[in-house]
Design a protein around this ligand. Sequence first.
Ligand code: KIV
Length: 288
Amino acid sequence: MTSPPTTQAMEQAERKPITVRTLRKMARDGEVFSSLTCYDATTARWLERAGVHVLLVGDTAAEVVLGYESTIHMPLDVAVALTAGVKRGAPNTMVMADMPFMSYQADDGDAVRNAGRFLTEGLADVVKIEADASLAPLVGKMARAGIPVCGHVGSKPQQVGLTGGYSSAGKTAAAAARIVEDACALEEAGCVLLLVEAIPPEVAELIVKKTKAPVIGIGAGPGCHGQILVLQDLLGLTDWQPGFAPPVVHLGEAIRDACRDWVKQVSRREATPHRYVMAPGEAEKLGE
Ligand code: KIV
C-alpha cells in the first residue's frame, strides 16, 4: 500500500509544465522567471514546490557535490545521471543540463551525441554549453537534431585553465562588444535560451535588446528575463559566496547545529525514540 499524497505533493502535481514557450511568454510579458542549480531529486522536489521555473544541473556539481576545485572535473556519466534524478524530482519544472568540459568542444559528432544523451537518458529539456560565436555551427547541428540549447556567454568557468581563476567579463567596450556578438551569433544559430554570467548590467541589457531568446543572468544585473544562482550559495551552504549571491539563509550553520544536537543525543542514548515490538510471547523465548 502506498501512503496518500501530501498537500505539497498534490500542489506540485497540479503545476503546469514549464517549457521554452512558457519562458518566452514570461519574457514578453515582463515577468521575471527564477532558476537555481540543483543536483538531486529530493531537493528538486522542494524547489518545484517553491515555484522555481528552471533547474540547472550545473557542472558546479563538480565543486559543490564532488568537492573538486573547479567545474572542469565534472564526469559526463555522473552529470547525465544527476540530471535524470532532478527531472524525476521536478517533472513539471524545466530542467537544463550543463554539458561538462570536453563533452562538446573536441568533436561535433560526439557533442551532438552527448547532448542527445542528456535528453534521452538524462530527461533534460535543454542543454547548456559555454560558448562563443565559434561554436555557432555546433549549436546549429544540435538544433537541427532537435536539441534545445542554451548558450552561456560572458564569464565561462570552464576556461579557468586559460584565465587562471574565475573572474568577471565584458569590462571594456571591446570585450563587451565581443560578448554581445557571441550572444547574437549563438541565438541566430538556434539557441533557445541564453545565459550571461558575471558581466556589467549594461552589457546584459544590450544582449536582452539585441536578441529574442529569454536571457538568464547570474551576476549580470536586474535587466535579464530570468535570474539564476547556485543553490548552495543562496542557502549559505558554501564557505564563500560571490558578491552577487548573498545567502538568504545560513543553512550550513543550521545543519551543523542540528547534527551537533543529534551527536549529543546519540552519546546520551536518547536518539532512537521509536522501538520495534516483538510479536506476543516471542521476547520470553529469546535466549532459551
Ligand atoms: O554550472 C553552473 O552552476 C552554472 C551557473 C553558475 C550558471 O553554469
